[in-house]
Design a protein around this ligand. Structure first.
Ligand code: C5P
Length: 473
C-alpha cells in the first residue's frame, strides 16, 4: 500500500486542514483521520454496506454528502489588503473580528503597510502566512495574484489609503495589492483612512466618485481626532467591528439562506423547584448554537432562543435567553413569523406544579414533587393553522431504537423533519463535539456519518437551503 504524508498535499489543502483542525481543537493528523473515517462511512452508505440503511438510502446518502459539500463551500473567504497608514494596527484586530464571524482570512500587505505592522503578525492572526510581493516566485508559484483575487468571496481594503484609492481608480497594477484588486470580479469593500485634508482633496474625491461608479463599497471614514496632534475631521478609519459588520452584510447577501428568517431553540430548560433548586438536563446547547451560527453565516436573519448554557452568543444574530419551557414558548411565539424553525432545545417535559417561594427546608421526610407537563413548543408551532413556518424541524434525543422512535415522533409532533440522534452515554453526544444524526422525513431516512457538531450544522443548513429551493420549484 502506498503512503501519503500531509507534507505532500498541496498548500491550499494543507491550509484548509490546519484551519479545520484549529477549529476542532485537534492536531492536523487527527483531523485527517476524522475526515477519512467519515468519508469511509459515507462511502459505505453510498455502497449500501452500512447497517443503518433503508430504501432510498443510497440516494439520500448522496444528497447528504452533497449538502455537506455545499455547506463546506459556504465557508466564506475574505482577502484583507492592509494599506500603509497608522490605522493598519486596527486591521490586526479586524482579522480576529472576521474570523470570529466564521470567515477564513488571507492577508496581503503593501510595502507601506509593513512600516506599521508585520506580515508575521498578520499571518499569525489569520492562521496563514501573509502575502506581500507580486514578484516573489514562491508566492506566485503557490497561490499567485490571480488565485488570491479569485478565491476570495470578498476583498476588504483596510486601511484604504489615498494612494491605494488612487491606484484602484486608475487601474494600476504595479504591486501585489493593486494587481489583485484589478484582477478580481468579486465584491470589494474599502475602509478609507487618511488625513482630513487628503480626504477633502479634489483628486481624492474624484477617485472616490470613480470607485463608487465602479461598484466598490465603502465603510467610513469616520469623523474624529487624527493620529497627528491637534488634527481632527473626516478621515479616521471605521472601527474593526463596523468593518466586520459591513463585510458580513455583503457576504450574507450572497449566502444560501439570504433573505430567510430562521428561528432556532437551543440548550436545556431549567424548571424551578424553589429559589435555589431546579430540574434540568445535560443538554450543552452546542448543536443548537452551531445551527443558529451556521444559518446566520449562510445569510439568514436568525433568532436563537436559548435556555441556560455555558456558551458565548454566536455573532450576527438575535439571542433571547430564557430559563423555563413556558418562557421558551413565549419567546418563540414573539419571534415568529419565520420561514424555518429548528427546535434543537432539550425542553424539560415536566415542571414542579408549584415552585416554592422560599427554600424548602429539610424536615425529616423528603418532600414529594408534584410534576405537571410543560407545553410542547415544537408541536404547538408545527400545528399552527396560520403563520406556520414553511419548514418545522424537531430533534429527537434517543438512547435506543433511534430511528423507529423518531418516525413515531415525526407523526406525533406534526413537524416536517425529525433530526434524531443517539444520546446513549457511550456515544458521548450529550455535551460532546461530535454528533451522528438521522434525518427522518415523510420521504424516508437519511443517515449521516459521525461529524463534528459544527460540520453537522453547516451540512444541515445546506440541506435546509436545498429543501427550500426544491419547494419553490
Ligand atoms: O418529545 P421529545 O422531548 O423527545 O421531543 C423532542 C423535540 O420536541 C425537540 O425538537 C424538542 O425541542 C421539542 N420539544 C418541545 N417542547 C417540549 C418538549 C420537546 O419543543 N415540551
Amino acid at each position: 500500500m502506498g503512503s501519503l504524508t500531509i507534507r505532500q498535499l498541496d498548500e491550499a489543502l494543507k491550509r484548509q486542514l490546519r484551519l479545520r483542525a484549529a477549529r476542532h481543537g485537534r492536531s492536523v493528523e487527527d483531523e485527517v483521520r476524522t475526515i477519512l473515517r467519515s468519508a469511509a462511512a459515507e462511502a459505505d452508505l453510498i455502497a449500501g454496506t452500512a447497517p443503518e440503511h433503508d430504501a432510498g438510502g443510497k440516494r439520500q446518502a448522496m444528497r447528504a454528502a452533497a449538502a455537506a459539500a455545499a455547506a463546506a463551500a459556504s465557508t466564506r473567504c475574505v482577502l484583507l489588503i492592509i494599506g500603509g497608514g497608522i490605522a493598519a494596527y486596527k486591521s490586526l484586530d479586524l482579522i480576529r473580528r472576521l474570523r470570529e464571524r466564521g470567515a477564513e482570512v488571507r492577508c496581503v500587505l503593501t510595502a507601506a503597510a509593513q512600516h506599521f505592522v508585520t506580515p508575521l503578525a498578520a499571518g499569525a492572526l489569520a492562521g496563514e502566512r501573509a502575502f506581500t510581493d507580486l514578484f516573489d516566485p514562491q508566492s506566485e508559484f503557490d497561490v499567485g495574484h490571480i488565485r488570491l483575487a479569485r478565491e476570495a468571496d470578498l476583498i476588504v481594503v483596510a486601511p484604504a489609503t489615498a494612494d491605494l484609492i488612487a491606484k484602484m481608480a486608475g487601474g494600476r497594477a504595479d504591486d501585489l495589492a493593486s494587481a489583485v484588486l484589478l484582477a478580481t470580479d468579486n465584491p470589494v469593500l474599502i475602509a478609507p483612512a487618511m488625513n482630513p485634508h487628503m480626504w477633502a482633496a479634489k483628486a481624492t474625491q474624484r477617485n472616490l466618485a470613480q470607485l463608487k461608479a465602479d461598484g466598490i463599497r465603502f465603510v467610513g471614514p469616520n469623523a474624529g481626532e487624527m493620529a497627528e496632534r491637534g488634527e481632527a475631521g473626516i478621515g479616521r478609519m471605521a472601527e474593526p467591528l463596523e468593518i466586520a459588520a459591513a463585510a458580513e452584510a455583503i457576504m450574507r447577501g450572497s449566502g444560501v439562506l439570504s433573505g430567510q428568517r430562521v428561528l432556532v431553540t437551543s440548550g436545556p430548560t431549567s424548571e424551578p423547584i424553589d429559589p435555589v433548586r431546579f430540574i434540568a438536563n445535560r443538554s450543552s446547547g452546542k448543536q443548537g448554537h452551531a445551527i443558529a451560527a451556521a444559518a446566520a453565516a449562510a445569510g439568514a436573519d436568525v433568532t436563537l432562543v436559548s435556555g441556560p448554557v455555558n456558551l458565548p452568543d454566536p455573532p450576527g444574530l438575535a439571542v433571547v435567553r430564557v430559563e423555563t419551557a413556558r418562557q421558551m414558548l413565549a419567546a418563540v411565539e414573539r419571534a415568529l413569523p419565520a420561514d424555518v424553525a429548528v427546535f434543537a432545545a432539550a425542553v424539560a417535559d415536566w415542571r414542579p406544579q408549584q415552585a416554592s417561594r422560599n427554600k424548602i427546608k429539610k424536615q425529616g421526610r423528603p418532600p414529594t414533587l408534584e410534576l405537571v407537563e410543560n407545553p410542547d413548543i415544537l408541536s404547538t408551532v408545527a400545528h399552527m393553522t396560520s403563520g406556520r413556518p414553511r419548514l418545522v424541524i424537531g430533534f429527537a434525543a434517543e438512547t435506543d431504537h433511534v430511528v423507529a422512535h423518531a418516525k413515531v415522533k415525526l407523526a406525533k409532533k406534526g413537524c416536517d423533519w425529525i433530526v434524531a440522534n443517539d444520546v446513549s452515554p457511550e456515544t458521548g453526544v450529550m455535551g460532546g463535539d461530535v454528533n451522528t444524526i438521522h434525518i427522518v422525513t415523510a420521504d424516508g431516512v437519511e443517515s449521516w456519518p459521525p461529524r463534528a457538531k459544527d460540520d453537522v450544522a453547516r451540512a444541515l443548513v445546506g440541506r435546509i437551503a436545498a429543501a427550500l429551493a426544491e419547494a419553490k420549484r
